[in-house]
Design a protein around this ligand. Structure first.
Ligand SMILES: Cc1cc2nc3c(=O)[nH]c(=O)nc-3n(C[C@H](O)[C@H](O)[C@H](O)COP(=O)(O)O)c2cc1C
Length: 206
């Protein structure tokens, strides 16, 4: 091990995938790029970091809803373009050739060209840390996506693309909720050939 600059430590654990967050304020649709995301627990609850420095934030605050859209690796140029211009003066759906689609429960649009879309309500805004807590209320996945690999931002302007998917569902069985055990969106490319030890298995109750 060698010392590493602490100010760059975030690049070691930068989460992914990079997402697009859509909002609709009055008559206007908008999109922003977000790499600071967090799954809060196994319920459909998420957190994103953003704030008043973005045009989208006023719509998030006012409408208290948005859509998290998941782009794929082939959409990197759109992802970066959307995150480097503002809805204050740009119609990003038109500029980046994306198609807004009506959601079921929120006015913010789904993005047809994305791998998946999650309709969300804002359930909290933690101003001290610019964290917006979202609750997913409906989810949609592309029926036959041509690309499934997602983008992961390192945080320094570079990105990593999903690689091989490895399957440890058997060993994780005690930790993964029943509904999450099969993932149709991104099926594993490598399955677990033999049952391994079950390190997280709960012991008998005391
Ligand atoms: C790859 C990438 C990741 C980004 N991640 C975030 C983020 O996590 N939080 C944030 O507030 N802004 C993030 N941004 C910046 C916003 O997307 C950017 O400020 C955008 O122009 C906001 O659009 P708006 O003014 O229309 O809301 C990111 C930009 C890029 C290119």
């Amino acid at each position: 091990m060698r010392p590493s600059p602490l100010r760059m430590a975030f690049t070691l654990i930068e989460p992914g995938p990079v997402v697009l967050v859509t909002t609709r304020d009055g008559e206007r649709n908008n999109i922003m790029t977000i790499s600071w995301t967090m799954v809060v627990d196994f319920t459909p609850r998420f957190a994103i970091t953003t704030g008043a420095w973005n045009y989208s934030f006023r719509a998030l605050k006012r409408t208290r809803e948005c859509v998290i859209a998941i782009p794929t690796a082939d959409q990197l140029d759109e992802v970066v373009g959307i995150g480097t211009c503002s809805g204050a003066d740009t119609d990003k759906f038109a500029k980046f050739g994306l198609t807004p689609m009506p959601g079921k429960l929120v006015a913010a649009p789904l993005i047809r060209e994305c791998l998946a879309n999650i309709e969300c309500r804002v359930i909290d805004i933690v101003r001290k840390h610019d964290i917006v807590v979202l609750e997913g209320i409906a989810a949609h996945v592309a029926a036959s996506p041509r690309e499934r690999r997602t983008l992961h931002a390192v945080g320094d302007g570079t990105f990593v693309v999903d690689g091989r998917k490895l399957d440890r569902r058997r060993q994780m069985a005690a930790k993964v909720p029943a509904g999450a055990r099969s993932c149709a969106l991104r099926p594993p490319q490598v399955s677990c050939p033999t049952p391994g030890p079950r390190p997280f298995e709960r012991g008998p109750s005391p």
